[in-house]
Design a protein around this ligand. Structure first.
Ligand SMILES: [Zn+2]
Ligand SMILES: [Zn+2]
Length: 365
């Protein structure tokens, strides 16, 4: 029988995304193989590409994967409750299910896998190599976490399970957003729009979304369709004033999902009411926070909470929200590319070249 292989893109070092045929492993009793249909791209993808984020090269990127189970062992099928031909989404974290972290539900900190062993950044040298979504096939090891994907969803749209799950966890679960709350969202990217929609779903009384300048204009214009009552371009307006004008006060919950916007953190603190909650979510890509003085946290007695990942509950809620059609996630301006053309798309997302980054970017191998 001829050896089978899958076409994949390997990021060998920053800016060297190389096509390679990677042998497809035989599937055992406890693992599976996915035919990748779509892989969502986010800030992590272009930061890995440019080297701003260095997980240790070489690896097959891609951590927001949706696909169809191609082959699966019987033990794995039983454990995951899926069979050949089922469409699933792959969680970025792996979980051993047995360590203290996994047992307590915080499987992001699994002692066996943890943050270094996420799909989309595992070395290609580690067998069987197919550890990311930039490939025709992705290997699903025994500790993979899978989510069923509703059959009605287009695979490229279904990759939004990841940012929408983040929106639900960061915008509602982590801060404990209550009906009637005033919620301010900094950053109008797909995660910010998801936070806005999730907050509105949780009954937020008013949602404000901020962006900055021309690069965010299209996204800010979309925000009212995703639950925003007020939008502010911070280059042209003061969000604190906008919030005071609209509500007479400040925000109960502020969610900062900006990237490469150093001044956003101080602005997030300024937008919070005394006793309010500020969620700092996702990685910033910047080390400094101009305008930030710790006394504002003391003076207002703020709760400042970091939010890193997403969990299964939020992902399941994300699929419910996606299929509800209450927000036009399916119509988000979206650019979809194949393996041959995705590199240019990633560069665009990194802010290089003439074109503006699309709101939602997807690779369909
Ligand atoms: Zn991502
Ligand atoms: Zn574990």
């Amino acid at each position: 029988m001829p050896a089978r292989s899958a076409r994949a893109l390997v990021l060998e070092r920053p800016r060297e995304l190389v096509g390679r045929d990677v042998p497809v492993p035989a599937v055992g009793d406890d693992d599976a193989l996915l035919r990748v249909e779509a892989c969502g791209l986010c800030g992590t993808d272009h930061e890995q590409y440019t080297g701003a984020l260095n997980p240790g090269y070489a690896f097959i990127p891609g951590h927001e994967t949706v696909g169809v189970v191609d082959e699966i062992g019987s033990a794995a099928a039983l454990r995951w409750g899926v069979g050949r031909g089922d469409r699933v989404a792959v969680e970025v974290f792996q979980s051993c299910g047995r360590c203290d972290a996994c047992r307590s539900g915080v499987y992001r900190r699994c002692e066996r896998h943890g943050l270094a062993d996420m799909y989309g950044c595992i070395p290609v040298d580690k067998p069987p190599g197919l550890w990311g979504g930039y490939a025709e096939r992705q290997y699903l090891g025994p500790d993979t976490l899978l989510l069923p994907v509703p059959v009605s969803l287009d695979p490229a749209v279904a990759t939004l399970f990841n940012p929408i799950g983040a929106g639900i966890r960061w915008g509602v679960t982590v801060p404990g957003t209550q009906p009637g709350d005033v919620v301010a969202v900094l950053g109008p990217g797909v995660r910010g729009l998801s936070v806005a929609a999730a907050a509105k779903e949780a009954g937020a009384g008013l949602v404000l979304v901020t962006g900055r300048g021309g690069r965010d204009a299209e996204r800010l214009a979309l925000a009212p369709h995703f639950g925003a009552d007020i939008t502010v371009d911070v280059e042209r307006g003061d969000p604190v004033r906008a919030l005071r004008d609209a509500t007479g006060g400040l925000a109960d919950v502020v969610v900062d999902v900006t990237a490469k916007a150093p001044a956003a953190f101080a602005q997030a603190l300024a937008l919070a009411r005394p006793g309010g909650t500020v969620v700092v979510a996702g990685t910033r890509g910047v080390a400094e926070a101009p305008g930030f003085g710790p006394d504002v946290i003391v003076g207002k007695e703020l709760r400042v909470i970091g939010a890193l990942g997403v969990d299964a509950d939020a992902y399941r809620a994300a699929f419910d929200l996606l299929t509800s059609d209450r927000y036009p996630f399916g119509e988000l301006p979206r650019r979809v590319e194949g393996l041959d053309d995705v590199e240019e798309l990633i560069r665009t997302m990194a802010g290089e070249g003439e074109e503006r980054a699309p709101v939602h970017a997807v690779l369909c191998p």
